[in-house]
Ligand binder design. Structure first.
Ligand code: IMP
Length: 504
């Protein structure tokens, strides 16, 4: 399939040039698309949908569970970093998964033979904030439900549960998704939906209040799995240690893992990918990073479910100057997309995004989502303390290949080092620094997604897929015209920051 942008990139290639975000803009086109009406739905990987194309970087100054929860609430997904012991990383994943009580896998139950007095004491003792319990009989089968109404109408607490409970139940099978539960509960007007297996044994429960909140509640496009729990990913390395992590993460129902390395097209990554797919065929594996079409193709052939593009564009990255490698990011995205076009494997553009306008450019070039580090590191939800420097508030932000991050000894294989190195032997590929404190992540995401919507409106693309298909590029010789010029900015807008580079 030939796309409009092909001619632009072919010309660039003929000139021996590769471009990055600052070198290109999208051409505008006839549009019937209003920014507010566009759909931002896309895919992270073969089987994991996103409701907005924002992915947070697996970095120890960016993504732990607090930030991953917020990103997923806004439709994207966060990747918990791997500078954490495996158990701690799995714990962080569980925190995201448990944040919304979509489906309760193991509801607290009571027995038909318990007295109401005993159940009330149990609620007090455990300090439960709820008063709805599935009731199990002597064979552990679901016999009824004990609800708030049953408690209210029970005048004699010495009665046993079977005399008080409600027996007219609506139940559903164990595999019921949150969408099916929502429809069934609406139709039946039941506030609780117990799930049972073929033998009548309880295997889960949906509670209307939670289902409603997830489906419609806050107006945010929650990115949830089929059980109504927020989606989350986690970074892993290569080899046996990676497989150990995957085992723990899979137990917590991780949505996707990312083999997170600086050179994804290398033997250890290919081998690890194959091993994970052999043991966990249903788990989506994101693989990265690469920046050449042939590398992306090889990873698709090896079974990757998504590929992460970017070798050197990151704001804290020194790889290009230390190792002398790397293709400018927009060309890298395009070349990878072209090489795997039609394969159904999504691409994540990772690194180098500085303004909201870089997002439609990354997607226009061929990405399905973007991974952000710098733009999220300064938010309240990112790990780390706020520091004050010359009266301004900052949060620390460092490369995972910086000396500080590599010294933690947990992610040295990201940069091709077999064993942890003493400090004086480390060859870092990243820097340590700080970024301005930005308050709540929602304010950042509103601007980023708003800018993307506007870009789509200008191009005339109603969906992310259309943006990828309709995008065409031009290459301004000089970017000065594109930025504010000939004016002293006295009031910084929320979506445009004067960085030292732009001040020059
Ligand atoms: P940013 O959004 O431009 O800050 O880029 C973030 C991306 O930089 C991450 O998702 C990683 O792919 C990449 N990255 C993180 N740490 C390092 C490093 O130390 N060296 C090179 N690249 C890095």
């Amino acid at each position: 399939m030939t796309l409009r942008k092909d001619a632009f990139f072919e010309k660039m290639d003929a000139l021996g040039k590769a471009v990055s975000f600052d070198h290109v803009r999208l051409k505008t086109g006839y549009s019937e698309v209003m920014p507010d009406d566009v759909s931002l739905h896309t895919r992270l990987s073969r089987n994991i949908p996103l409701r907005s194309p924002i992915v947070s970087a697996a970095m120890d100054t960016v993504t732990e569970y607090r930030l991953a929860i917020e990103i997923a609430k806004w439709g994207g997904i966060g990747f918990i970093h791997r500078n954490l012991p495996p158990e701690e990383q799995a714990f962080q994943v569980a925190q995201v998964k448990l944040h919304l009580n979509g489906r309760i896998d193991r509801p607290r139950t009571v027995k038909t033979t318990d007295t109401i007095e005993r159940v009330l004491a149990y609620i007090r003792e455990k300090k439960f904030a709820f008063d709805t319990f599935p009731v199990l009989d002597g064979d552990e089968k679901l016999a009824g439900m004990l609800t708030k109404t049953d408690f209210e109408f029970c005048t004699d607490p010495s009665l046993v549960v079977s005399e008080v409970m409600s027996r007219e139940l609506v139940t559903a099978r164990c595999e019921t998704t949150i969408d099916e539960a929502y429809n069934l509960m609406r139709r039946s007007k039941k506030k609780v939906l117990p799930l049972i297996d073929d033998n009548g044994r309880l295997c889960g429960m949906y509670v209307w209040q939670d289902v409603l909140r997830i489906k419609t509640g806050s107006g945010l496009p929650h990115n949830v799995d089929k059980n109504g729990n927020l989606r989350v990913g986690a970074a892993i390395g290569v080899g046996d240690k990676a497989l150990e992590r995957v085992e723990l993460l899979a137990r917590k129902k991780i949505d996707a893992v990312c083999i997170d390395t600086a050179h994804g097209d290398s033997r250890s990554v290919h081998e690890t990918l194959r091993e994970i797919k052999r043991h966990y065929p249903d788990l989506d594996v994101v693989v990265g990073n690469v920046s050449e079409g042939a590398s992306a193709r090889r990873l698709v052939d090896a079974g990757a479910d998504a590929i992460k593009i970017g070798q050197g564009p990151g704001s804290i990255c020194t790889t290009r100057v230390i190792a002398g490698i790397g293709c400018p990011q927009v060309t890298a995205i395009y070349q990878c997309e072209k090489a795997i076009r039609g394969s159904g494997v999504p691409l994540i553009a990772d690194g180098g995004i500085r303004h909201s306008g870089d997002i439609p450019i990354a997607i226009g070039a061929g990405a399905d989502s973007v991974m952000l580090g710098n733009l999220l590191a300064g938010t309240k939800e990112a790990p780390g303390e706020i520091t004050t420097y010359r009266g301004m508030r900052y949060k620390s932000y460092r490369g995972m290949g910086s000396i500080g991050a590599l010294q933690s000894n947990l992610s040295n294989d990201r940069y091709g080092q077999k064993e942890p190195q003493p400090k004086d032997r480390i060859v870092p590929e990243g820097v340590e620094g700080m970024v301005p404190y930005k308050d709540e992540i929602r304010e950042v995401l509103i601007q980023l997604l708003g800018g993307l919507r506007k870009g789509m409106g200008y191009v005339g693309a109603a969906t992310i897929k259309e943006l990828k298909e309709k995008a065409d590029f031009c290459s301004p010789v000089d970017m000065q015209e594109s930025h504010p010029h000939d004016v002293i900015i006295t009031k910084e807008p929320p979506n445009y920051r004067i960085t030292p580079k732009e001040e020059n």
